[in-house]
Design a protein around this ligand. Sequence first.
Ligand SMILES: NC(=O)c1ccc[n+]([C@@H]2O[C@H](COP(=O)([O-])OP(=O)(O)OC[C@H]3O[C@@H](n4cnc5c(N)ncnc54)[C@H](O)[C@@H]3O)[C@@H](O)[C@H]2O)c1
Length: 269
Amino acid sequence: MDGKRLEGRVAYVLGGGSDGPARPGEALPMGNGRAIALRLAAEGALVVVGDKDLGRAQATVDHLDGAGLAVEVDAADPESCVAAVRAAVEFGDRLDVVVCNVGVSGREPVKVQSLDDWELASDVNVRSHWLTAQAALVPMLEQGRGCFAFVGSTAGVFSSRRSLSYEATKAAQLAVMRHVAVRYADRGIRSNAVVLGNIDSALVRREFGDGNGDARAAVVPMRREGRPEEAAGAVAFLVSDDAGYVTGQSLLVDGGVSAAWPIPPIVSQ
Ligand SMILES: NC(=O)c1ccc[n+]([C@@H]2O[C@H](COP(=O)([O-])OP(=O)(O)OC[C@H]3O[C@@H](n4cnc5c(N)ncnc54)[C@H](O)[C@@H]3O)[C@@H](O)[C@H]2O)c1
């Protein structure tokens, strides 16, 4: 890629594997975390990929432009979250960019919301993110520079009526993002989120099946789902100096869903 914006930076992506199914014609199943890792490397960063499945993390690293490191991390385990950040710093000798991508989506609306599902969502979608940020802030504050990107969901802003734990934890994740941004804005730290709508990713294919993409696309003003590479492009912008005066923000990457008034489709004129 020309115009590499992240040359010389070290990036850590939490949840940088992807466990399929792949899109048609796709050799490597593409999820948001994997696409983000590939994009940051293409922009010149040295990338560390953390995932609970080391094989998936390694598959991402094997496809990076340049060197990288795969690290096994369980986001539901606080010590593991901190150890993974330390491994990233040891590998890169600094840490400039952290992308908190890992997220699990439950399927329990309020009447059947279980404690187990609530706790897992809370541990993985929120606690792992603030613990990762807390550990990463140590080298970043010493450097006087660092960027966080949190991978959020429109479910954290609007209700899809599907999963209470997912909606609540994705909302809390945005609070973590804003807290980090405001608390350390005067010390060279920026923190932002991409808030994703429907992305034609391994996660969505797993959750909703891969045969009903047209129905998902139909409710989007752009009449298509997004691609993980488009989520990755938004993250790359936010962690680059092009977004140097942007902090505490949620960038909606949703094909126009959040800008639309819910009326039946109108044929374009
Ligand atoms: N695809 C979409 O339409 C969409 C929409 C909105 C938001 N999102 C957000 O995107 C993010 C994930 O996207 P993705 O495509 O990379 O998903 P994915 O399901 O492919 O997950 C990426 C990786 O996370 C790993 N993982 C799961 N639990 C883990 C744990 N406890 N510890 C460490 N790693 C773990 C998985 O092994 C997987 O390799 C989430 O934050 C999700 O909320 C996605």
